[in-house]
Design a protein around this ligand. Structure first.
Ligand SMILES: [Zn+2]
Length: 171
């Protein structure tokens, strides 16, 4: 059995954000989500970055860029056949899908559907939920971050241990 000194655990979890996003990409993401949701429907995107840790976003693929009908019903539905386009983008760019993000009309809690239908069903995948259709201003502490454990089970990544689980890189 290995005992981790508490300080090591703190460093491990506190210093490295779960997901970091350069400020210009964060701004593009919020603007893109708002333009697509128009305060009346959910919108979302895949967040791409170099494979492995740390998870740092370098590109956005909005769902309607691979499936033009993704937002039509008000609830996000992506035709599975369109995922081939996403994998093609990843192959071309050398990037991996490191998270997905979608908006909710209300709070950032996961719906039953969110839990049952992970966008990428791989353990470790991170799903972000932005409340209030990403209306300005978005408070980082109100954003929901969830890590998929597999078997339709998720951990909510809370800022209690992860001092800044979502980092927007200013500068
Ligand atoms: Zn949802």
């Amino acid at each position: 059995m290995t005992f981790w000194p508490l300080t090591s655990i703190w460093r491990l979890f506190a210093r490295r954000p779960e997901l970091s996003i350069p400020a210009p990409i964060w701004s593009d993401l919020l603007n893109g989500l708002r333009a697509r949701g128009r305060d009346i429907r959910e919108s979302g995107a895949f967040l791409l970055g170099p494979p492995g840790q740390p998870r740092r976003v370098s590109a956005i693929v909005f769902y309607d860029e691979i499936d033009p009908h993704a937002f039509d019903t008000g609830i996000i539905v992506i035709d599975g056949a369109c995922m081939a386009d996403l994998w093609a983008i990843c192959r071309r760019s050398g990037l991996a899908v490191i998270a997905d993000v979608h908006t909710h009309p209300g709070g950032a809690g996961q719906s039953e559907s969110d839990r049952r239908h992970p966008m990428i069903a791989e353990p470790g995948h991170v799903a972000m939920i932005i409340p209030d259709f990403a209306a300005d201003p978005v408070q980082l502490k109100a954003v929901g971050l969830y890590r998929y454990r597999g078997n339709f089970s998720w951990d909510r990544i809370t800022p209690r241990f992860l001092r800044s689980s979502l980092k927007i890189e200013l500068a």
